[in-house]
Ligand binder design. Sequence first.
Ligand code: PRX
Length: 661
Amino acid sequence: MTEDQATDVLYPVPERLLDPTQCPEPYISSMEQYQEMYRESLDNPDQFFGKLATELLSWSKPFHTVRHGGLHHGDVAWFLEGQLNAAYNCVDRHAFATPEKIAIIYEADEPNQSENITYGELLRKVCQLAGVLRARGVRKGDTVAIYMPMIPEAAVALLACARIGALHSVVFAGFSSEALRDRIRDAKSRVVITADQGKRGGKTIETKRIVDEAVKECPSVETVLVYERTGADVPMTKGRDVWWGEEASLHPNFTPVEEMNSEDPLFLLYTSGSTGQPKGVVHTTAGYLLGAAATVKYVFDYHPGDIFACMADVGWITGHSYIVYGPLALGATTVIFESIPTYPTPSRYWELIAKHKVTQFYTAPTAIRALRRLGDDWVKDHDLSSLRVLGTVGEPINPEAWHWYNDKVGKNRCAIVDTYWQTETGSNIITPLPGAIPTKAGSATLPFFGIDLAILDPVSGKELIGNDVTGVLAIKRAWPSIARTIYGNHQRFLETYLKPYPGYYFTGDGASRDKDGYIWIRGRVDDVINVSGHRLSTAEIESALIMHHAVAETAVIGAHDEVTGQCIHAFVCLKPGVSKGPAHATDLNKELVIQVRKVIGPFAAPKKIYLVEDLPKTRSGKLMRRILRKIVAGESDSLGDISTLADPSVVEVLIAKVGSS
Ligand code: PRX
């Protein structure tokens, strides 16, 4: 237990946030008000969410039925009969009302190259690209793969798909060509949107080259649309590759939206589960958009005029919900940051905040930890007075990092919102609300509206009632932005999320509810590893390693890491006859790291590789990763029962191996 949990310090809402002379009045400004609204969201969900959906979204045809179906049958549906378009909600309606308002601040890799895009301009860009997609044969229900650097055109690409009812499938640009290939194939995308090159931290990324490699083995791809980010001379395949600029200029800069039903899918986004095969999580138009918009409003207490800066990549759900859909649905100004927190210096974030007068800033614990290590000088002399809400997401935040964020960045006058959620939840589900919920360092605190939480006994599945309990985190009823299915595999959706504990959505995370009812996320209880907030499955990395010709068998685990939260350790058994001598081992280690980078991407590279003779397995052949985790964590004295192992003597050998490396 950490010190903060032991002492249970409760940090009140900073007074400044409740002082109308200093800050706009928070939408929810007391614990009582939160509790009342939360109760209402569970007791009268039709009324609560019906009202919210009418207030926050524009409908071309109103809905009549707020909810249908649920977790029992996996047939969740919201706002039936209603019609709307996400791009209309995020762009048109604001462009009509305030065309000169800034929609996107583009903070380019080089700090002196930032640019503003108004809602009027955004609408024109989105319409032209929608025209290009239509001309290339993309229709409602088709999927479009997007593999882009962090530039405004990434948002334009998402919104152009939404405009014509095509599902975007964004693949994080850190993924390798093989990972991209698999995702293009699984989604059967016929069009890929990309850029010639990317720029990140002063380095050039050969984006188009990666796409070329991927597309070689994707016969379904008919068009590769290339945005000119650097203007480099990249190879273009005739008949397939076209320049974004040239094509867009052929299309009118207004084109009507496709009317979508509430439950029509808006996008799919691949994420890792406990098997090697990534899942294309599907979100729908109305429920998802409402979740994103409602949380920007209440969790980030967004007020008109605020500048919203989420530092995630658009390739992850955080970028979808908190760079693009949430802020734009509310007509906010959103920041697209192309660089890294340490380029050109570790002051980059703080310069960005001061320069653009950012009011809401959202990043990951791993970035906070890395910057904290570099010392306070980098953050000290910047004007951070515009900030009101500081968010974190992606992994548990340790109290030390929480305090540093609160003291050095927030100067103890901002709300810290530790937002817990997942690709599948669509938007924040457990989080403080800035003006209402006192915080504890390291706790995501309390559920958002409509989230009916349960902590279950992992074995019996029984709900653990009351406070001071630990178990697995589940949710008892559907909320608007819950994912509806896995692309092309509904059965897998049911099996992963709804069947483990019937009647509940199973998050895959362990959690405790403390004596005050506050939730503490304990991390994954399945074989998912969280490296710098990037979600990876052990099976995915293992299957990448096993493709190497020298590898017979492998086991991958997540180990604790000071900066990245977790890091990857791989145990590898070589095929008979492969030399294990020290000279060869060094080369092999390098090759294996390259192998993982090639199959998945650089962010999945193992930090440590142990070449071993044998792995701990039960007599029936089941790999006991738990034992490996304990050995690496230095907890060899509490391995538990190892008598079920086929050969318990491997344990001693492994302890010695890990100890000596
Ligand atoms: O383990 C939880 C962790 O990230 C997982 C979800 O990963 P992903 O779908 O990639 O989405 C990340 C961004 C929403 C969760 O199952 N996680 C996310 N937020 C938190 C967290 N763990 C602790 N505290 C959080 N605030």
